[in-house]
Design a protein around this ligand. Structure first.
Ligand SMILES: O=P(O)(O)OC[C@H]1O[C@](O)(CO)[C@@H](O)[C@@H]1O
Length: 544
């Protein structure tokens, strides 16, 4: 048995000893509970007191992190070691937001001069679009920026452009096309004017089927409107694959590079963020990077017991491996974070949805949970019923911003009150006796009370972590993303998996490529399994 196995066993035993104690009791027994189980970092507050942890739980979890050498692995990542072993790559999204004078080496070479130079090029381009120095082929100013990408080349900029809408320059609109479904590009282009539209083709590999198909469609649309000669002025590309970009016909000065040591789901900090940089401006984009840098510094230096992303990861381990909860809901009480749960799905599930350890052996325990969520208060009227009374316990993260960008009556107070109320309700629940007492006060008779009170009982004890911040500005968005990145890192290190590859997406891609000619009727279906063959035949019949 390894030292981590021993600690997992001790955690299981500790869980058995403490499970019966309700969250209510934990609060009653310890007036210092909130102070004990919350951490602040400037305006940011991470409150994990509404989870079933005691000082001993945190001690054991921190010991587990130390036994798994989370700190050593963290330092190896920041130092540019090739911790993505299956792809033989460094993992250095942190270099993209590092200090101005940082020196970070990969294979002995300082990558920072190139990082800075490429960001400066992107900033010049963004400024050119924003100021009107860079115009379309007919001399019009760009008003619409269409990012064409998918996964990490879409979710980050799309999520962030919505989150930072108050910072978008007036007169500029961002659009994000990802799905290979032609409806997506079609609906986006409808209503756009080619003379004022700039396309950014964003793809790390520049081979991704969806992106290449959509880029081709955009090119045809533009050529249809303005002719072939206009392509150069209306397209830019972001990729690690110089040759493929050139082959697509984008000139070198319209190509923005990043490097194989930036994972797709960690690439918002690279030129993949160009659409965001154009929309909010290089200065705001720098503040966004700066926010992430603050969290990097905190993650690198704070002791595990006061380290917010490490604690987020450890509490996630507690919920996943010790309490046995399968999913994790992220509930931002901040409408502009509507796409944040989707962004985190890729970050967390593509990183930690793994079944083998770094050396290829089967994992000994469950890895990444299913991550999902919707902004509050919308989710309250959809799936919270299950969160409160369902048979699955779902740990939640509630995100709360103190200061809104706009003041619409007293709606912000209503929003915050709802977020706080849900955390409180998840925690305290309502006993059957309490439900009965409320019914009695409402004048119900004893038969009605007996019939109704079980339905009006809330088990409570449903764990919540709350992240509160001043306002959703570029710096804060950078901090929030980096917190979750390092949370995912902490968990991957404890599970001993590679959080930086994504081989699990390959099989579906291969099979789709094999099926395209079959679906088009250009190849026979005889080698397919009976179900897929039957489905192809049915769809072909419907397609006529
Ligand atoms: O940027 P690319 O190379 O087009 O890849 C897009 C996405 O596809 C994936 O490889 C998964 O299919 C993601 O990891 C990545 O973010």
């Amino acid at each position: 048995m390894t030292s981590t196995d021993v600690l997992f066993e001790r955690l299981a035993e500790h869980r058995r000893e403490t499970e019966a104690m309700s969250l209510r009791t934990l609060f009653e027994n310890d007036p210092q509970r909130f102070a004990r189980f919350s951490v602040t970092l400037d305006d940011l507050l991470f409150d994990y007191s509404k989870t079933h942890v005691t000082p001993e739980t945190i001690e054991l979890l921190a010991a587990l992190a130390r036994a798994a050498d989370v700190e050593g692995r963290r330092d190896a990542m920041f130092a540019g070691e090739k911790i993505n072993v299956t792809e033989d790559r460094a993992v250095l999204h942190t270099a993209l937001r590092a200090d101005a004078d940082a020196v970070i080496r990969v294979d002995g070479e300082d990558v920072m001069p190139e990082v800075r130079a490429e960001r400066a090029r992107a900033a010049r381009f963004a400024d050119g679009v924003r100021s009107g120095a860079l115009l379309g082929a007919t001399g019009e100013r760009f008003t619409d920026v269409v990012n064409i990408g998918i996964g990490g080349s879409d979710l980050g900029p799309a999520m962030a452009a919505l989150a930072l809408a108050p910072y978008v320059q007036k007169g500029l609109r961002g659009h994000f096309v990802s799905n290979v479904d032609g409806a997506h590009i079609n609906d986006t282009l409808r209503g756009l004017d080619p003379t004022r539209t700039l396309f950014l083709v964003a793809s790390k590999t520049f081979t991704t089927q969806e992106t290449m198909a959509n880029a081709g469609a955009a090119r045809r649309w533009l050529v249809g409107g303005l002719g072939e000669a206009a392509v150069g002025a209306h397209f830019a590309a972001i990729s690690t694959n110089v040759e493929a970009v050139e082959a697509f016909g984008v000139s070198a000065e319209r190509m923005f590079r990043f490097w194989d040591w930036v994972g797709g789901r960690y690439s918002i900090w690279s030129a993949i963020g160009l659409s965001l940089m154009i929309l909010i401006g290089p200065k705001n984009y720098e503040a966004f990077l700066g926010g992430a840098r603050e969290i990097d510094e905190h993650f690198r230096t704070a002791p595990l017991e006061e380290n917010i992303p490490a604690l987020m990861g450890l509490i996630g381990i507690w919920h996943r491996n010790v309490c046995g909860y399968d999913t994790h809901a992220v509930l931002p009480y901040d409408q502009r974070l509507a796409r944040f749960p989707a962004y985190l799905q890729q970050l967390d599930m593509e990183s930690n949805g793994k079944s083998v350890t770094l050396d290829g052996a089967p994992v000994k325990r469950k890895t990444g949970p299913i991550v999902w969520g919707e902004p509050g208060t919308n989710g309250q009227h959809a799936f919270y019923q299950l969160l409160h009374q369902g048979t699955n316990v779902v740990p939640t993260d509630i995100l709360l911003g103190a200061v809104p960008h706009e003041h619409v009556g007293d709606q912000h107070a209503m929003l915050i009150a709802n977020g706080l109320a849900q955390g409180e309700a998840f925690m305290t629940g309502r006993t059957t006796e309490e439900a009965a007492a409320i019914l009695r006060t409402a004048g119900r008779n004893e038969d009605e009370i007996a019939a109704l009170s079980p339905h009006k009982t809330f088990p409570g004890g449903r764990p919540t972590c709350t992240l509160a911040y001043r306002t959703l500005d570029p710096r804060t968005l950078g901090r929030l993303i980096a917190l979750y990145e390092h949370k995912v890192f902490t968990q991957g290190a404890i599970w001993g998996i590679n959080s930086f590859d994504q081989w699990g997406v390959e099989l579906g891609k291969e099979l789709a490529n094999r099926l395209i000619p079959i679906v088009k009727g250009e190849a026979g279906a005889e080698n397919l399994d009976a179900s897929t063959r039957g489905l192809v035949a049915h769809l072909q019949k419907l397609r006529g």
